[in-house]
Design a protein around this ligand. Structure first.
Ligand SMILES: Nc1nc2c([nH]c(=O)n2[C@H]2C[C@H](O)[C@@H](COP(=O)(O)OP(=O)(O)OP(=O)(O)O)O2)c(=O)[nH]1
Length: 153
């Protein structure tokens, strides 16, 4: 009886979790001479004007790598190549759960332009401490700083 009750509770907990949409987003770590390329989200929407790693949502049928190549071209006009997995985010935003792989970009071509973002800019790592990021990104920033022998914040 007790065992059965536990199973039922476990099952309903699982169903509740399954109802929360899982948002798949792919993002890029693009670095050049110790600076990192970040984009600023547009006004008005979710996390308006927060700085973030460039990227966006996967379209149906796309791999994370294909989505990222498309998003980086659309948002900042860069062609990217040589993607290698770097980190991932798993973050509960309450109304949805974000799962976001990040890829280190080995090569890129072009000059960044703010095509479909509020702004795009290169930043020295210490200056990232002055910017506002989505809460999901804080572990990534800690990882990025640690790789350079720095601490965040
Ligand atoms: N690209 C990116 N998205 C992030 C980061 N951190 C973070 O929480 N997010 C969240 C914010 C959004 O809820 C979601 C990305 O969705 P989005 O709406 O910006 O994606 P998109 O560019 O495909 O947008 P759209 O086509 O709907 O305009 O991921 C990050 O570092 N980079």
């Amino acid at each position: 009886m007790n065992g059965r009750k536990r199973m039922e509770q476990g099952g309903s907990h699982k169903n509740k979790d399954a109802e929360k949409p899982l948002l798949l987003v792919s993002a890029a770590l693009i670095m050049q001479e110790n600076r990192v390329l970040l984009t600023q989200r547009k006004r008005g929407g979710h996390l308006a004007l927060h700085w973030e790693f460039p990227g966006g949502k996967l379209h149906p049928g796309e791999s994370p790598e294909q989505a990222l190549v498309r998003e980086i071209e659309e948002e900042v006009g860069l062609q990217i190549e040589a993607l290698t997995p770097w980190a991932f985010v798993s973050h509960d935003y309450g109304t949805f759960h974000l799962l976001m792989p990040l890829f280190r970009v080995g090569r890129f071509y072009g000059t960044p332009q703010a095509l479909d973002v509020h702004a795009v800019a290169w930043f020295e790592l210490p200056s990232l401490r002055q910017l506002t990021f989505p809460p999901a990104d804080l572990p990534l920033l800690a990882q990025l700083f640690a790789e350079q022998g720095l601490t965040y914040p």
